[in-house]
Structure formats: C-alpha cells, structure tokens
Design a protein around this ligand. Structure first.
Ligand code: NPG
Length: 388
C-alpha cells in the first residue's frame, strides 16, 4: 500500500494542463577530475543521462542517476532508457498532464525503476517552475536560501593521499567529510583522519560492504565520534540494520535500503537507522522524496541530501530539495569543480567558505544550461512523441 502524497506535492500544478509534445533522453560523458572509488567500483568518468520534457513551448530538464552497470542498484542507463521508451514516456504523452501527483500516478503502475521515474518527475518540476516563473524551492516550500554541504571522499591508493584530500576540502569550507569505507580500508583510516582532525563532522559510507557478522569489527568505529555509519549492510536489508543499530552507539544512516516512503516508514518502525539519506533519484523523484522528508520531519529523524556524482542539472534539483526544513545535516552536494573540469550549467555550483551553497532562485531549476558544451559531449539523444 502507498502512503498518500503530502498535500504540498499534490498541489504542484502547472498553470494549466500541459499537453506534452515530446520526451527526450540524452547521454553525455563527463570526465571526473579524479577517479572515484567506492566499495563496489572505481570510475573515472560519468555517463550523464538527462531527461527533457517539452510542452507549451517550454523545456524542463531532469537527470537520471543510474550508473552504466547495476552495481549501486539494479537500474542502469540502458534499463532506464528502455523503460522510458516503452512505458513511462507513453504514459506521460497520453493526455494533458496537470500536477506532480498526476505524473506520479501515471508512473506508479509500473513497478520499480525509480531512477527512470525520477528523471521524468525532475523534468516536470523544472517545466512547471518555468511555466509559473517560480523556482522549484518555492514550489515545494523550501524556506532555506542556502544549504549546508559536505564532501564524499572515495577510497584512495594510500592513506597519505586521502589525508591530503581531507585537508584540501576542509580548507575549501566543507562542513562534513564522508569517507568511503570497505573491509581493509576502515578503522585505521578513520583513526588517522580523526587524529589529525579531532573535532570535524566525520562520517563513513560502506555501500553495503559488510554483514551482520562484522558487528564486532564495526563496533571499533564507535570511539571515533562519527556523525553516522551509512549503509553498512545489504542494499535491501532493514532487519539486520536494526540488529546492528542495537549493538552500536554510532547512528546508522540508510541509503540503498530506502527506496520509497514505504520502506522509510518500515525502517523507522524497525529502528533500522537514526538518519536517512534522501536521494531524489533513488526514491523515484520529488513525490516520494517529499513524502519521506515529511515522514522523517514528523518522526524527528534528521535527513540529508545524498549525491550520485550528478551533473549540474541533477545538483540544482538536489539544492532545491535540500532547502526543505528537515534537511538538517550537510548534504553530498559539492562544488561543480569537485567533480568535473567543466559543468553543463552556468554558473557552476560553488561552495562558499562557510560550507554552504546558494539555492537557485530563478524559475525552474534556476540555472542556465551550457547547451554548446552539452552538445559537444553528447553521445546520443533519443526523443519520443505520442504515436497514436
Ligand atoms: O557528491 O555526488 C556526490 C557523491 C556522493 O558518495 C557519494 N555517492 O554511495 O552515496 C554514494 C555515492 C555514489 C556515487 C553512489 C555515485 C553511486 C554512484
């Protein structure tokens, strides 16, 4: 059963119903400024998948955060493309679209594929914002003009290299450092960073690299006063996380295991975590992200906005989401320069020396697209129209 969408999301209507004239997906490859290694992969470029909805002479842009391989979740750029082409785009092209709730209901009958669905919800919200001449932060009722941000640092070839990166990003103002961990790159690394920086906000993210059998080992992280341990256990587990949380002083945070407001509700009931990372792509878009936010706010569970090495388009949406009141912990929303030598939006996202980023205030996602650069890096475009 689905928890109803919050009223705020249901009311996000276009000025008038929008007959969409096209849905497009675009693939472009951006090189990362440095390789990013997690417990599950090491990548040196990101295949960015953008979505575009066209209607009333305006275009709305979104991003699909799926990876090329099913390593973080089962979705990939290829599955997202097929699902959009065969099921999701036809559902949106069939009759004028009115609200975010309308978009969500049309997509909900198809099971799974949240990243593909999110790409369309994001593009819809940009389109509505542009039509209403309002930024997305206003549409969703976010009061925060600037959001607090941290940086996620991957696994490095040496501890020295990681320590240098930590220093560098603290000097840039980031409010929280998150370290990627895996068996063999965990307690000693955290110890080294903690000794060098006794009082910074520090967290770790395992991307599901451990099992409940590792509880005694993970307890060795307790003395380091970590803000959280993110997703230590299975990507679809809630029960073992609840058991682990009982054995740890450090709060657990769930990422992969929270796929919608239903699983968020179950995690809270089971006490599987004390914090939630909301990634708009992982949970299927704004409607579920807003519902999870509202649920956690009511339950007193802090949330923060996760990142998937998005381009500036996805990042602008993340900034809008993170402007909501429940986002009290620094998000994985770093400067464009932390990811790419050149971003596809202008101006690029910048982090101020106090570790905050401004929430865009211009209509829609609120930033200009660098269409020339996008075109230059584009690998493929596919566009769908109503056929019957
Ligand atoms: O700043 O966008 C960012 C990266 C934050 O570490 C980060 N993301 O597991 O949360 C994660 C991880 C990730 C990145 C996962 C890319 C999957 C793909």
């Amino acid at each position: 059963m689905h928890t109803p969408l919050p009223t705020s999301a249901r009311q996000l209507a276009a000025p008038a119903p929008v007959a969409l004239t096209g849905v497009a997906v675009r693939l472009l490859r951006l090189r990362l400024v440095r390789p990013f290694e997690t417990s599950f992969d090491r990548i040196d470029s990101r295949l960015i998948m953008l979505t575009r909805l066209e209607g009333e002479g305006v275009q709305g842009w979104g991003e699909i955060v799926a990876l090329e391989e099913p390593l973080f979740s089962y979705e990939t750029v290829d599955t997202a493309r097929q699902i959009i082409k065969r099921h999701l785009a036809p559902a949106l092209l069939r009759g004028p679209v009115t609200t975010l709730d309308d978009v969500a209901s049309r997509l909900r009958r198809f099971r799974g594929h949240p990243m593909a669905k999110a790409g369309l919800e994001l593009a819809w919200m940009d389109l509505v914002g542009r039509l209403r001449q309002e930024p997305i932060t206003t549409l969703i009722g976010g009061p925060r003009p600037r959001v607090n941000v941290g940086v996620s640092l991957g696994i490095e070839p040496t501890r020295q290299a990681l320590l240098a990166l930590v220093d560098q990003h603290l000097a840039l103002g980031y409010q929280r450092i998150k370290l990627k961990i895996k068996p063999g790159w965990d307690v000693d690394v955290v110890d080294a960073v903690r000794q060098r920086h006794p009082s910074i906000l520090l967290s770790v993210d395992a991307n599901a690299a451990y099992t409940l059998g590792d509880a005694a080992h993970l307890r060795k992280l307790d003395p380091f006063n970590l803000l959280m341990i993110e997703q230590p256990l299975g990507h679809n587990d809630l029960v073992d996380h609840a058991r682990l949380q009982q054995q740890l002083a450090t709060p657990l945070c769930l990422d992969e295991s929270i796929v919608d407001v239903h699983s968020a509700g179950q995690a809270l009931q089971l006490e599987s975590c004390r914090m939630i990372n909301i990634k708009i792509g992982r949970v299927g878009g704004y409607s579920e992200a807003l519902a999870i936010h509202d649920l956690c706010l009511a339950a007193g569970i802090p949330v923060w906005c996760g990142g998937m090495l998005e381009s500036g388009i996805g990042r602008a949406h993340n900034l809008a989401l993170a402007s909501l009141p429940g986002f009290t912990l620094p998000g994985d929303i770093s400067a464009s320069a932390r990811y790419f030598t050149r971003d596809i939006i202008v101006p690029p996202v910048e982090v101020a020396s106090d570790g905050t980023v401004a929430v865009p205030t211009r209509p829609g996602l609120g930033l200009d697209l660098d269409l020339d650069y996008m075109t230059q890096e584009t690998v493929e475009i596919e566009r769908f129209e109503q056929t019957t």
